[in-house]
Design a protein around this ligand. Structure first.
Ligand code: RB5
Length: 141
């Protein structure tokens, strides 16, 4: 189960990602927002981060205008490693090296075609399991 969330700035891109994942048969839970009305990104970032941290959802996707607000917020939840990415190399590396469990995107920064590619790369890349990366991840907590 993949958790998705956004504020108004990420609403349209979040919906595109949701449709894209569902078309692949991937189970998703949409934590909102559900309209384009102005809203507060921490509400949705916390909901997604809590769902991932609790194990309810395996990974998460968060979108706001820049991706910055949701990433700052999500990373305050213990056990969350949220990565703000805008290139495929980083989307892959943050899974392989950081075992990131939430991808954050900026809808006003990254176009929809690239964003879908970033989400696919993130979700399809396993953690390397390399002991040096495991050690560093343990040091984050
Ligand atoms: C909303 O205008 C905007 O501040 C928000 O989407 C996000 O970019 C915050 O980091």
């Amino acid at each position: 189960m993949i958790a998705l969330g956004s504020d108004h700035g990420g609403f349209e891109l979040k919906n595109e990602i949701l449709k894209h994942l569902q078309e692949q048969g991937i189970e998703c839970k949409d934590f909102g927002t559900y309209t384009t009305d102005s809203c507060d990104y921490p509400v949705y970032a916390k909901a997604v981060a809590n769902a991932v941290a609790s194990g309810e959802c395996e990974k998460g996707v968060l979108v706001c205008g820049t991706g910055i607000g949701v990433s700052i917020c999500a990373n305050k939840v213990p056990g969350i490693r949220a990565a703000l990415v805008s290139d495929c190399f980083s989307a892959e590396a943050t899974r392989a090296h950081n075992d990131a469990n939430i991808i954050c995107l900026g809808a006003r920064v990254t176009g929809p075609g690239l964003a879908l590619r970033l989400v696919d790369t993130f979700l399809n890349t396993p953690f390397s399991g390399d002991p040096r990366h495991e050690r560093r991840i343990r040091m984050l907590e």
